[in-house]
Design a protein around this ligand. Sequence first.
Ligand code: MG
Length: 388
Amino acid sequence: MTHPAPVPAAPAFAAIVVAAGSGSRAGGAKQWRLLAGKPVVRWSVEALLKAGAQDLVVVVSAGAEAEAQTALAGLSGWRLATGGDTRAASVRSGLQALGGPGDRPVLIHDAARPLLGADVIHRLIDSLDHADGALPALPVADSLRRAAGGLVAGAVERDGLWRAQTPQAFRYQAIVDACAAWPDAEPATDEAAVLERAGGRVRIVEGDARLMKLTFPEDFAMAEALIPRQIRVGQGFDAHRWGPGTSVWLCGVEIPHDQTLIGHSDADAGLHALTDAILGAMGDGDIGDHFPPTDPQWKGAASDRFLVHAVERLTARGGRLVNVDVTLICERPKVKPHRQAMRERLAGILSLPLDAVSVKATTTEAMGFTGRGEGLAAQALATIELPA
Ligand code: MG
């Protein structure tokens, strides 16, 4: 029997996440916007902490501290620094907040590149053994043209050209000294350019297409599409007893009937089963946890609000519904004449296309509590997608 190889310890490193931009091209300060249910800045802070960052400073504009606290709530191992008017000033502020030791690797990252993987982080830190700095980059694949007035004015040789990304990695004292030597009046492209000007050798390591920078509003949709997702399924079941009445609510539709279903809310068993199916797919408890029947405010409540609540919980986690399938089990009333109205109502509440919403009905051939007309039962399945 052999023992598994020991897992190498994550290298000790510190990190600065620059989140001080105003992001005018992306329509507002993009670092606080939600990407798959999570603030943009939180994606890279989580990635750096998970990869083993031992000291992490998030640089924000003066006045944005509360927004940052909210965006990073519940995470530990990070602290705030206040940025300056320029990117260079913000980086200097982050470096000052961080402090030495001088040979410690420091990663400097743009919050606008949220999809940061551990492999890029490790490649960067490893490369500091052989260089003063390192940046991830991708070779330019498209052919390049210079243009003027909407007309092509010559080709640009792409050989040797790379698209630089962040994070960029440095030894602490080397980048502090290089920043101090940089002329204030001149805007710097990035910290690698600053180090290079100071005579440092900057190594290129393999970048990652998912490290795209969120620059324009449409970039958010592209980044969302790059996030790995998992399919989950949940099921729900509910039953209510028949009692005196003149109509019954089923799947959000009121049907005239010589009885009604008895319950604390409107007793819509179809909506209750479906709410439980969505909560079940998320591992988020059941309808009774979210709307206790002992709470008088839910007495007689329209059950569509329970369903809306479950969908809001799903959306807040960056998830979305794929399809739902409800089965109503009763001898009476006849469900078939109302099925289309029920599907349309559910599709409206859930913002799903009609073909992703199914309502079916069955009897139990006079057997059991539904067969004897004591009550109605409902079953539901919901398929969801969640960020993996
Ligand atoms: Mg119920």
